[in-house]
Design a protein around this ligand. Structure first.
Ligand SMILES: NC(=O)c1ccc[n+]([C@@H]2O[C@H](COP(=O)([O-])OP(=O)(O)OC[C@H]3O[C@@H](n4cnc5c(N)ncnc54)[C@H](OP(=O)(O)O)[C@@H]3O)[C@@H](O)[C@H]2O)c1
Length: 292
C-alpha cells in the first residue's frame, strides 16, 4: 500500500474535548537524529517530511525541545517548515527531561525549572500558547512510579496563566495518572505501546478511552527495533498487500478509539508508507493472527 491517503481516514479524536485531530499523527523525534546517539540529520529532509505530513492530513505533531542534535532542533524545523501554522494543527510538546552533555536525557527538571522549559518551547515554536504539554517523568525504560504532583502543579499554574491549553503526562502508571488528575485535567497520556509491547498498559488504555483521554503510544513501530515476532505481522501484511509498519499502525488504530499513533521518521518514503495505514482496516482474523 502506498498512497496519498488523507490521514483523516484514520478517524478523528477531540483532544482535550475541543481540539479535533486525525487519529494518525506524526512524531518529530526522528527529524534531528535517526538513533538516540547517532549523528544529526540533514534539516532539509526534516522540513520536507513535515510539509508532506501536513499535505497528507497530519494535524497532530508530537515534539519536544530536547529533540535536538548538532544544531538541528525539531521545534525549529517545525516552525521553519510550517509557520504560519494551519489553523487546525495541534502541536504537542513535552517537558521534564534535561539533556546531559552527550545530548541524551539525563536528569529531571525541578518544578521551578519547568517555566523556563515551557518558555523555550514557546520561543522555538513561535507561538503564544502551547496546545498540549506533557510532563514526561521517569527514566528511559518505563514508568518509575515517583510522585509527580509538584511538577504537574507547576505546569497547571502555567496553564492557568494562559501559556498552555491542555496538559498531558508521559511514561506514567495508573497511580501517577490519578495523582496528576487530582491536580488538573489530563487531556492525554503518552506511554510506550506497540504490537509487541502493550499488555502492561491495557487497563490504562481502557481507562483513558472511558474518560475521554487520548492515549498516544510512543515507539508505535517498536522504536525502530526489529519486530520480536515478524512472521505474524508479515502474514497479515501479505493478506492486504501492506507492509509490516502499516500493519503495526493499523493494529494500534484498531485497539481503541482513543489511540493516537505518532509514528516517527526522517524519511519521506517511510512517511508516505506510514500515513497510508490510515485506510488499512484489520479483520477479526488479522487481529487473532497478531494476538497469536
Ligand atoms: N514520551 C516519550 O518518552 C517518548 C519517547 C520516544 C518517542 N516519543 C515520541 O514518539 C514518536 C514515535 O516514536 P519513535 O519515532 O521513537 O519510534 P517509532 O515511530 O516506533 O519508530 C521510528 C523508527 O522506525 C523507523 N521507521 C519509521 N517508519 C518506517 C518505515 N515505514 N519502514 C521502516 N522503518 C521505519 C524510523 O527510521 P527512519 O527515520 O529512518 O524512517 C525510526 O528509526 C517520536 O517521534 C516522539 O515524538 C516519545
Amino acid at each position: 500500500m502506498t498512497s496519498s491517503t488523507h490521514t483523516s481516514a484514520s478517524g478523528t479524536f477531540l483532544l482535550g474535548g475541543d481540539l479535533p485531530v486525525a487519529r494518525l499523527g506524526f512524531g518529530a523525534m526522528r527529524l534531528p537524529f535517526g538513533t538516540l546517539t547517532g549523528p544529526a540529520r540533514d534539516p532539509r529532509d526534516g522540513i520536507a517530511v513535515l510539509r508532506r505530513a501536513v499535505e497528507l492530513g497530519v494535524n497532530h505533531i508530537d515534539t519536544a525541545s530536547f529533540y535536538r542534535r548538532g544544531g538541528v532542533v525539531a521545534n525549529e524545523l517545525i516552525r521553519r517548515a510550517l509557520a504560519p501554522y494551519p489553523e487546525d494543527l495541534v502541536i504537542a510538546t513535552k517537558v521534564g527531561p534535561l539533556l546531559g552533555q552527550d545530548g541524551v536525557p539525563a536528569l529531571q527538571a525541578t518544578p521551578g525549572q519547568l517555566r523556563g522549559l515551557v518558555q523555550e518551547n514557546l520561543r522555538e515554536l513561535g507561538v503564544d500558547r502551547l496546545d498540549l504539554v506533557y510532563l514526561r517523568v521517569g527514566a528511559q525504560n518505563g514508568p518509575g512510579g515517583e510522585s509527580l504532583g509538584d511538577r504537574f502543579a507547576a505546569l497547571a499554574a502555567l496553564r492557568d496563566e494562559g501559556l498552555i491549553r491542555h496538559l498531558g503526562v508521559s511514561n506514567i502508571d495508573a497511580a501517577q495518572l490519578a495523582e496528576a488528575r487530582a491536580v488538573a485535567p489530563v487531556a492525554a497520556v503518552q506511554n510506550t505501546f506497540h504490537v509487541h509491547h502493550h499488555a502492561g498498559d491495557a487497563a490504562l488504555l481502557a481507562q483513558c478511552a472511558q474518560d475521554g483521554i487520548a492515549f498516544v503510544p510512543f515507539f508505535p513501530l517498536g522504536g525502530g527495533r526489529d519486530p520480536i515476532d515478524p512472521a505474524r505481522l508479515e502474514k497479515v501484511a501479505g493478506r492486504h498487500q501492506a507492509t509490516v509498519p502499516q500493519v503495526a499502525l493499523a493494529w494500534l488504530l484498531a485497539s481503541s478509539p482513543a489511540m493516537l499513533p505518532i509514528p516517527g521518521t526522517g524519511n519521506l518514503a517511510h512517511l508516505e508508507e506510514n500515513m497510508a495505514a490510515a485506510t488499512l482496516r484489520l479483520t477479526p482474523e488479522d487481529l487473532a493472527t497478531l494476538a497469536g
